[in-house]
Design a protein around this ligand. Sequence first.
Ligand code: ACO
Length: 319
Amino acid sequence: MNQYGKITATARYLPDKVVTNDDLTSFMETSDEWIASRTGIRQRHIAVEENTSDLCLKVAEKLIAQAAISAEEIDFIIVATMSPDYTCPSVACMVQGQLGAHNAMAFDISAACSGFVYALTTAEKFIQGGMQKGLIIGGEKISKLLDWNDRGTSVLFGDGAAGVLLEASSEPGILKMSLEADGQRAQSLTSGYHNSQNVFEMEEKDSYLQMDGRGIWNFAMNDVTKSLKKFIADEPTVDYYLFHQANKRIIEKMARKLKEPIEKFPMNLMNYGNTSAASIPILLDELVEQQVLQLGGNQTVCLTGYGGGLTWGNLLVQL
Ligand code: ACO
């Protein structure tokens, strides 16, 4: 019998410390007006002592508690992140060990802000292949990658984690998927560069997150919009679009290009900034908590991620 993945639980974890735009003005030349008018962001959460694996572990614990299952029942854990604690071991393995999910295989996916969409697509294939339960988490302590002297990038991001439990079901939950990449534009967003030839000449600034803001804007407006238009062309109804939460203006403009009402594009970036791979599942969990979305309620949502790589992708999910 064919089986498919169904989302049966959602959870999020945000570190306690909140840094508002006004807080940033105490150590950099910026303003709430500049940040909010260009991006919509008003504050972000910053992890002080916790690392990415700590944020993801909190999400994993919440997911198994909510589903009332034991950690041993989990078959696989996938973490999407661009800010892992270590290059090796993976965040997913750290979560597996601390959770006591001894029967789970575990690995990370590196697809920047598209990471959650890439990870959920991968997870669906494992479920279709016979696995029963997987944790799919997007988690970032992106604050440690930032050059806090660079006001052009540091104000945009925030830390956080969120995820879902995907369980085998006879009913399809993930109706359609598309993933794309363009490595020729890899330099549009980089972070954590290690120069293998001139290790003694490497400057610290080379490893900080760097971004071609205009280039990313054009990428979102052209490639991501084109791919999404094609993706939804034959779909009768999409109840909500859960976009990667990078920038309010990008989402508003995309809604206009798709000729869909802005009410179908919920946003929370004002509270969290851009949390990269965590942004879509944080939004999903908030909407479930607010009962805008109901797990098992049959609403159709389109998850759209785009970011470094360049990578982008869409998932049509029936809840
Ligand atoms: N506060 C005050 N002034 C600032 C700040 C700041 N935080 N940052 C930059 N400025 C100044 C610049 O120094 C520059 O001043 P100048 O004209 O005197 O040289 C001016 O503001 C304009 O700077 P730009 O970098 O050209 O700003 P722009 O208008 O392009 O806006 C932004 C930047 C918001 C990032 C824009 O390019 C954008 O929306 N890009 C889309 C990409 C995006 O949102 N990326 C997020 C992460 S990537 C992702 O998730 C996929």
